[in-house]
Design a protein around this ligand. Structure first.
Ligand code: HEC
Length: 119
């Protein structure tokens, strides 16, 4: 006959395993999102940004691992061609996004310009 304290101890162990699984799954889902197949051709600029860029440049373009891209950022003063090349070829530690179509890169830049123009 198991005592209540034994039961509690075993359910604590189960909870620990559950948490580890959740952490493992979260990491896996994050990796899958980062490496997933190309976004749909029709994805909008904001959709492309949040799927591909926000993890490093912040949800609001405020910057994180990567530099800020929003209002008053260095990018706001750089030409479209520089942004397009950075996105296509990558720059420094930023990976390249050469699988994006010209339209998709254009939509991303339009989105960045919209945000840079301010509210
Ligand atoms: C893995 C993280 C990461 C991801 C994902 C990422 N970037 Fe970057 N990005 C960086 C880093 C780091 C730099 C700075 C590179 C350097 O100058 O060494 C950078 C630089 C840039 C620059 C140049 C900014 C400047 O001031 O020179 C632009 C523009 C840019 N990223 C746009 C994007 C866009 C658009 C996306 C999504 C398609 C994206 N980045 C995805 C990390 C990332």
């Amino acid at each position: 006959m198991r005592r209540l304290s034994d039961l509690r101890a075993s359910s604590d162990r189960t909870a620990g395993t559950g948490r580890r699984w959740i952490v493992a799954l979260t990491v896996l889902v994050g990796l899958m999102a980062a490496c997933s197949s190309p976004p749909p051709e029709t994805a909008t600029g904001p959709e492309l940004y949040s799927q591909l860029c926000s993890s490093c440049h912040g949800a609001g373009l405020e910057g994180d691992v990567g530099p800020p891209l929003g209002v008053g950022s260095p990018s706001a003063a750089l030409p479209d061609s520089y942004l397009a090349t950075s996105i296509r070829r990558g720059i420094g530690t930023m990976p390249s996004f050469d699988h994006l179509s010209e339209d998709q890169v254009g939509r991303l830049i339009t989105f960045l310009r919209d945000v840079q123009a301010g509210p």
